[in-house]
Design a protein around this ligand. Structure first.
Ligand SMILES: O=c1ccn([C@@H]2O[C@H](COP(=O)(O)O)[C@@H](O)[C@H]2O)c(=O)[nH]1
Length: 272
């Protein structure tokens, strides 16, 4: 999916919501544990109930890797289910990869070819040659960590490097890399006061914004300072939506939470 198509979906659905599929077998309704593939069955129910309210889904691969082969198979079934039934939905493998060039190429093949995700998250720490193999894939997107939502973001990302915060160096340097039109960035919703500065550096890039909901980030603040002229935001909520209920009504409860966020987004879009 191209960024133009993603923007069209945002306008059509009046939503820039991304739902995180971070499945923890200790948190899903007990009756699903009797099925052959509880992780996939949970995801399928959430997707069926919420796909009209969001433009993206983001499975964090840690929640699948933790269950070994079964988890990876559930991830594969989930991305295939999305691509077969909802080709207009943007998919994000939140894997936070990045390594020397030839290894990054294999990571990119794993997520873009074998699993056919639209995008993958990547850590910038190993620099240009670790990211460019991902950027080389046409019509795929590389979402690089810029300023993360956690407290540890202040350990390195906001430290001054040659007179400028490291996260700003990451943004400024990477926007000149080859195929940088395929770059998006992660900026935490908990760092709303940084968005205006970030937009000065990357005015038009898509920003994936986790941290609304369970981590306490504020949707309105993010929109006020983070929106580009083409919206340019994908706001993620995982636990706040998918674990709205641990009973049989979990999918409807997730849809209600998703609708609440979508409605807030619709107001923002109408006032834009
Ligand atoms: O800076 C970051 C980068 C990634 N994440 C991931 O997003 C979701 C957030 O989940 P919630 O349950 O909505 O808090 C999760 O997969 C994180 O690993 C992030 O939170 N912050």
């Amino acid at each position: 999916m191209t960024t133009q198509q993603l923007t069209e979906q945002i306008i059509k659905k009046k939503s820039f919501l991304c739902i995180g599929l971070d499945v923890d077998l200790n948190k899903i309704p007990q009756h699903l544990l009797q099925t052959e593939d509880p992780i996939f069955e949970f995801n399928k129910a959430i997707i069926d109930a919420t796909h009209h309210l969001c433009v993206a889904y983001k499975p964090n691969t840690a929640f699948y890797e933790a269950y070994g082969l079964k988890g990876w198979k559930a991830l594969e079934k989930t991305i295939n289910y999305l691509n077969d039934n909802h080709p207009d939905i943007f998919t994000i493998a939140d894997a936070k990869r990045g390594d020397i060039g030839n290894t990054s190429t294999m990571y990119a093949k794993a997520f873009f070819e074998d699993l056919a995700f639209d995008s993958v998250t990547v850590a910038p720490y190993m620099g240009k040659d670790s990211v460019e193999p991902f950027l080389a894939f046409k019509d795929k997107h590389t979402i690089m960590l810029a300023l993360t939502s956690n407290q540890g973001a202040f350990d390195f990302q906001t430290k001054q490097v040659e007179g400028k915060e490291l996260y700003k160096q990451v943004l400024e340097t990477s926007k000149n890399w080859k195929n940088s039109e395929n770059l998006m960035y992660v900026v935490g919703a908990t760092k709303a006061e940084y968005f205006a500065e970030i937009r000065k550096i990357v005015p038009n890039s898509f920003l994936l914004v986790p941290g609304v909901g369970a981590q306490g980030g504020n949707l309105q603040d993010v929109c006020k300072y983070g929106m580009s002229k083409n919206v340019g935001l994908l706001i993620n909520s995982s636990r706040g939506i998918i674990y709205a209920s641990s009973n049989d009504d979990f999918a409807q409860a997730a849809a209600a939470k998703a609708e609440d966020l979508q409605q807030q987004m619709e107001v923002v879009l109408n006032n834009k």
